[in-house]
Design a protein around this ligand. Structure first.
Ligand SMILES: [Zn+2]
Length: 266
């Protein structure tokens, strides 16, 4: 784990990248920002979490770090120990954690529960979707207090790194780490942020090839074939909104079912 800091004193704000080693956008965004660092009014730390997985270009070394929280300093796995180290590092901080997906090119935000954090930060982020992870938060960093995750875009893309820079700048503005930033335009009150609540995962049957026909955040109707495992269609029993749905993003699930709960209020 690598930690860098801007400003003096003990930071209460942190930006975390590389929870997953095969999602380079967060580190690229962080490094670009630190090459020409902004003047800060409050200290902030920048954490590159899973350097070992990042160096190898893999999601994780022993187990998925984002299923290993809160971790244990004596865990048998690299990620189990790293989870405990990261939790200690970000204690008492408001945290932005950067990810990328194989399923959706536009940036969106995620929180455990919609509350003050989402309401204060989202207006400074260029996102129109907020996902509440709730019961699916177990084992993830997002289950820690005051963590907002962002999906910056498609894994490995330049655009995800560009979006990452913009999202970090918005977050630093929202948390008063920086004052005015001409690069950050607060969202107008007429721009809606639609809130989805994450439900259970969509399991994948064993197969050689997977396909997904549905688009994320667009409703799948009951009875619709929204995916396939080899040539067998996967049919929706009830209508739902797909989130993080992709053919090959996860080993054992296609993604998640979600419900649309409304729009983020002021
Ligand atoms: Zn990730």
């Amino acid at each position: 784990m690598r930690v860098e800091q801007l400003g003096d004193g003990r930071p209460r704000v942190a930006v975390v990248a590389a929870i997953h080693g095969d999602e380079p956008c967060g580190v690229r965004a962080m490094e670009r920002l630190l090459e020409d660092p902004p003047a800060v009014d409050r200290p902030v730390k920048f954490v590159v979490a899973n350097e070992r997985a990042l160096d190898r270009g893999v999601r994780y070394v022993d187990e998925d770090l984002n299923r290993a929280f809160p971790g244990d300093p004596d865990a048998d796995t690299h990620e189990g120990r790293l989870a405990a180290e990261l939790v200690a590092e970000i204690r008492d901080c408001t945290v932005l954690s950067l990810h990328s997906t194989r399923s959706y090119a536009e940036p969106f935000a995620l929180v455990d529960r919609v509350g003050d954090l989402a309401r204060s930060v989202c207006p400074f982020l260029s996102v129109s979707v907020l996902v509440e992870t709730g019961e699916q938060s177990h084992g993830r960093l997002i289950a820690s207090p005051d963590v907002l995750e962002v999906e910056c875009g498609l894994q490995g893309s330049d655009r995800a790194a560009d979006n990452g820079v913009e999202l970090i700048r918005g977050f630093l503005r929202a948390t008063d780490v920086v004052g005015e930033d001409p690069a950050v335009t607060p969202r107008s009150t007429t721009d809606e942020v639609v809130v989805y609540r994450l439900g259970p995962p969509v399991p994948k049957a064993a197969a050689d090839e997977y396909e997904v026909f549905a688009a994320n955040f667009e409703e799948v109707a009951a009875g619709e074939a929204f995916a396939a495992a080899d040539d067998r269609p996967v049919v929706a029993e009830e209508s739902f909104y797909p989130v993080l749905l992709s053919a090959d993003g996860y080993e054992d699930v296609f993604g998640y079912r979600a419900e649309r709960v409304g729009v983020l209020d002021g």
